[in-house]
Design a protein around this ligand. Structure first.
Ligand code: MG
Ligand code: MG
Length: 255
């Protein structure tokens, strides 16, 4: 199946992406000290169902996972980098929360993530989040016809590494469309001029995952899903679904 989408298909993906953006905005708005991750999950579920969409993560069971994912969002707190389960954990002042959300609308998928601090922000944590957002912005800026995947990957990873952060090993972005995880892989580290050509109509999820302290390694939590930094340091994750168009990159997961 071709990885390239028509303008009409991209328009439909834009609507799926809008639902995801609304769910993430609602979660961010409600993520205060004393709120549980489970409550945030229920909120995202209601935003998605009210929009006539279907959660992409709930019961997702890729081959590499031991058990299906039990939530609508991934909620990853502090040293959890990605794939945190939205359980009964109650948010505390200063927690760094990364929320990832995906939804299908009319058979098309959107996928996005945002990181923020609950309550009082430690400036070191805020700088990590800002660097993650900056890496995402660099990646999006490089999502252009005429570039190669290595240019995009280098734009993401170079930004993070120059700032002294780790980049979660073995993980990156992905093509997206009728399925959430599709070809091609979108690495967070790469070499300029290498990799596939970025074609008009290619739609990808770009998602830097940065770790304080410069180390890239991680381990799996006993819950079989959560990936935690091996260093125990805090991590941040930002993601948008982006279409490569003749007019440049188009972010599909905006409100
Ligand atoms: Mg995601
Ligand atoms: Mg993704």
């Amino acid at each position: 199946m071709s990885m390239v989408k028509t303008p009409d298909q991209i328009s439909m993906m834009r609507e799926a992406g809008r639902v995801v953006a609304h769910a993430l905005a609602a979660v961010k708005d409600h993520a205060d000290v004393g709120i549980s991750l489970k409550e945030l999950d229920e909120l995202a579920a209601s935003v998605i169902s009210d929009a006539g969409a279907r959660p992409a993560f709930l019961n997702y069971h890729p081959r590499w996972a031991a058990v299906p994912f039990p939530g609508v969002i991934c909620a990853s707190v502090n040293d959890a980098v990605v794939h945190g389960i939205p359980d009964g954990y109650v948010l505390r002042d200063g927690d760094l929360l990364s929320v990832d959300c995906g939804a299908f609308l009319e058979g098309w998928c959107g996928d996005a993530a945002v990181s923020f601090i609950v309550g009082t922000a430690d400036p070191v944590d805020q700088a990590l989040i800002d660097a993650t957002d900056a890496a995402l912005a660099r990646g999006i800026e490089a999502a252009r016809v005429g570039n190669k995947m290595g240019d995009l990957a280098y734009a993401i990873g170079g930004e993070a590494k120059r700032a002294g952060y780790g980049l979660l090993a073995d993980h990156g972005g992905h093509g997206i469309g009728r399925t959430m995880h599709a070809e091609p892989p979108v690495p967070n580290m790469g070499r300029p001029g290498r990799g596939i050509k970025l074609e008009e109509g290619l739609v990808i999820a770009i998602e830097p995952m940065l770790i304080l302290g410069g180390k890239d390694d991680y381990y799996h939590d006993d819950d079989e899903w959560t990936l935690r930094s091996a260093s125990g340091n805090k991590a941040a994750h930002s993601e948008h679904t982006v279409a490569i168009t003749a007019d440049g990159p188009m972010i599909l997961t905006l409100p």
